[in-house]
Design a protein around this ligand. Structure first.
Ligand SMILES: Nc1ncnc2c1ncn2[C@@H]1O[C@H](COP(=O)(O)OP(=O)(O)OP(=O)(O)O)[C@@H](O)[C@H]1O
Length: 263
C-alpha cells in the first residue's frame, strides 16, 4: 500500500471545481514532482492530501500513523515578532535545543539558530522550513515550491539535500516545483496537472507526452532533452564515443538524440 494516496478526488473551492477526478500515490523512497501552470491546482492537491481542504468526491488515504513533514508555499512571519529560528522550530511541537540545533545543521544553516525568522534571507528561511519538517521524522515529505526565492546554486543545493534526506531516511518526497530541469533530473516520477492529471510517468515519458508539450511548449522540452541526455548514459557502455559528461550537450533534432537505455 502507498504511504499516501488520492483516489479520483474532486475538490471545489469558492464554487469552482479546482481538481477533477485526480488520482495520485506516493510510495516510500520515491521523489514525485507535480508540475503545472499557475492556478492548475497543485497546492490544492497537496493540501487535500494533507487533509487541509475537504474533497467533494473520491478519497484520500494515508498509511496508519503516517508521519508527515510539510513545507508550505508561503509562510508569513510577522516582522515585529521576535521569533528566533530555534524557537520557530519548537512550534507547534516542542523540541529540545540539541534536536533543533541538529536539524539546523542538517539543512546547512546552524548559524541562524538565535536569529529572528523575519531577518533571514530567502534561502535561509526555506532551509529552516525544511528543518521544521524534518523534525517530524517524516515518512512523507511534502514540499510546495520549496526553492522559491533561491538563487541557482541555492536551488541545486536544496535539491541535493532532499536527495540526501530520501537516501538517509527512506522518506517519500512529493513536491510541487517550477524548476523544470532540476526537477526532471531529480524526480522518479512526474505528474503534470491542470485541474486533472494531464500525463504522468518518468521524466522522459512525461517530457515526450503531447499533453506536456501543449502545456509547457517545446522550449522546455529542449531543457529536458539535455538532462535526459546526461542522465540516461550508462558509462559502462560508452561504445567509444568519448563524451565528456561534465559538459552536457544537446542535440536539437530528436533523431540525433543519443540516449542509451541499458537498464
Ligand atoms: N480558498 C480558495 N477559495 C477559492 N478559490 C481558491 C482557493 N484557493 C485556491 N483557489 C483557486 O483554486 C485554483 C488552484 O489554486 P492552487 O493554489 O491550487 O494553484 P497552483 O497550481 O498551486 O498555482 P501556483 O502555481 O500559482 O501556485 C486557483 O484558481 C485559485 O484561485
Amino acid at each position: 500500500m502507498s504511504l499516501i494516496a488520492a483516489e479520483n478526488i474532486c475538490v471545489r473551492l469558492g464554487g469552482a471545481e479546482v481538481l477533477h477526478d485526480v488520482s495520485i500515490h506516493l510510495d516510500a523512497g520515491e521523489i514525485v514532482t507535480i508540475l503545472g501552470p499557475n492556478g492548475s491546482g497543485k497546492s490544492t492537491l497537496l493540501r487535500a492530501l494533507l487533509g487541509m481542504v475537504p474533497v467533494a468526491h473520491g478519497r484520500v488515504t494515508r498509511a496508519e500513523g503516517l508521519r508527515l513533514g510539510y513545507v508550505p508555499q508561503k509562510l508569513h512571519v510577522d516582522r515585529t515578532m521576535p521569533l528566533t529560528a530555534r524557537r520557530f522550530l519548537s512550534l507547534p511541537d516542542r523540541h529540545g535545543r540539541a534536536e533543533t540545533d541538529a536539524a539546523l545543521a542538517r539543512v546547512g544553516v546552524p548559524e541562524v539558530a538565535d536569529r529572528p525568522m523575519a531577518g533571514l534571507s530567502g534561502g535561509q528561511f526555506q532551509r529552516v522550513l525544511l528543518a521544521r519538517a524534518l523534525l517530524q521524522r517524516p515518512q512523507v515529505l511534502i514540499l510546495d515550491e520549496p526553492t522559491q526565492g533561491l538563487d541557482q546554486p541555492g536551488e541545486a543545493a536544496f535539491y541535493r539535500l532532499i536527495e540526501e534526506v530520501r537516501r538517509d531516511t527512506g522518506a517519500g518526497v512529493l513536491m510541487v516545483s517550477h524548476d523544470l530541469h532540476v526537477v526532471m533530473s531529480a524526480s522518479d516520477r512526474v505528474i503534470c496537472l491542470n485541474g486533472h492529471v494531464c500525463c504522468e510517468g518518468t521524466p522522459r515519458v512525461v517530457s515526450n507526452a503531447p499533453e506536456y508539450r501543449a502545456l509547457f511548449g517545446l522550449g522546455t522540452q529542449g531543457a529536458l532533452a539535455l538532462y535526459q541526455h546526461v542522465h540516461d548514459h550508462d558509462h559502462d557502455h560508452d561504445h567509444g564515443h568519448g563524451h565528456d559528461h561534465a559538459h552536457p550537450h544537446h542535440h536539437p533534432e530528436p533523431s540525433h538524440r543519443h540516449e542509451h537505455d541499458h537498464a
